[in-house]
Ligand binder design. Structure first.
Ligand code: ATP
Length: 308
């Protein structure tokens, strides 16, 4: 029996990994629309991430072959840096994340997407997705305890690890305020967490998953100032030592990004740091002025730049 234990344990681990990647994918689908079928090349190797540097090299993409979703998009996310995507609704922000996660493969002549210099079409999808953590706008929680929902990020996570991740995600104190603490049931048949709390569960889960690359989609809904501050703190923690690409709806949240990319109709129209873009006095500066004036005296009703 003891001899069986190792292989059975391994099988359990494989089942859990496959299951997890399916659930992660399902969550991402909710975030990123429907995928089309893509297949790994026969004998494709696994992606080995060392630095986690991302590069979009002259990417052109259309969903339907008629309308252009991305046109000549080139940028780099250097090792351990944070890049934020901003732009109006339909400007191509989610398409960039979808392509990096390989919901669609670029065809010949449509450019390349590289991680550590390796074309992502040439590696297995499973290894690519294992290297990427996703914090969606509206994470899906299981009808299970909070501990389970956080621990899902890492097979065999101990209670100490779960609590440390919840602490780093600014959620520990909130969890301890529930009568059943970490055993509190959440989801449809348990306590209903707020949008900001659910996002922090996803942040804690991703901390445990510990991927070198992050895709973040900021919630579009207005959050109260203290929740927004908590989430920002949690995200900054999560981003440390990783390369991240985030969709930002509220410009106030990306002042610390290493690079901000401004998209319009699928093209990059400006890029730089927050202060560089303000000095440029172009599209970003006018979006910023618009947002600042609309938030005067009503910070919880900041207008978001997607126009909702
Ligand atoms: P939002 O802020 O509203 O999420 P976005 O900047 O993320 O917008 P994308 O979702 O990347 O924009 O869309 C870019 C373009 O691609 C848009 O013109 C959109 O209509 C189109 N598009 C997006 N998804 C699909 C799809 N599944 N099929 C066809 N066209 C699509």
């Amino acid at each position: 029996l003891a001899q069986l234990y190792g292989p059975l344990n391994m099988l359990g681990y494989i089942y859990r990994s496959v299951n997890q990647s399916l659930v992660d994918t399902e969550k991402l689908l909710k975030l990123l629309n429907e995928p089309t079928e893509i297949n790994d090349r026969p004998g494709a190797p696994d992606l080995i991430v060392e630095d986690g540097e991302i590069e979009f090299d002259n990417v052109n993409f259309s969903y339907d072959g008629r309308n252009t979703a991305l046109k000549g998009v080139s940028f780099r996310v250097p090792k351990h840096s944070s890049v934020a995507l901003v732009g109006e609704s339909g400007s191509g922000k989610s398409t960039i994340l979808r392509l990096l996660y390989r919901f669609y493969d670029l065809k010949e002549g449509e450019g390349r997407i590289l991680i550590d210099g390796k074309d992502i079409r040439d590696v297995t999808q499973a290894s690519l997705r294992k290297a990427i953590g996703v914090v969606p706008q509206d994470p899906v929680l299981f009808n299970h305890s909070i501990a389970y929902n956080i621990g899902y990020g890492k097979f065999g996570a101990s209670r100490d690890e779960i609590e440390a991740a919840a602490g780093a995600a600014q959620l520990h104190d909130r969890i301890m305020s529930f009568p059943d603490g970490y055993e509190t049931k959440v989801g449809e048949r348990g306590i209903r967490l707020s949008g900001g709390e659910k996002q922090r569960v996803a942040i804690a889960r991703t901390m445990l998953k510990n991927p070198p690359i992050l895709l973040l989609d900021e919630a579009t809904s207005a959050l109260d100032t203290s929740t927004e501050k908590d989430i920002q703190k949690a995200l900054l923690h999560l981003q440390e030592g990783r390369s991240s690409l985030s969709i930002a709806h509220r410009l106030s949240t990306i002042a610390t990004a290493d690079l901000i990319i401004v998209l319009k109709d699928g093209q990059i129209v400006e890029q730089g740091t927050h202060s560089e873009l303000l000095a440029l006095d172009g599209m970003f500066a006018s979006m910023w002025a618009d947002q600042v004036s609309s938030s005067d005296g009503a910070s919880s009703h900041k207008k978001d730049i997607t126009g909702y």
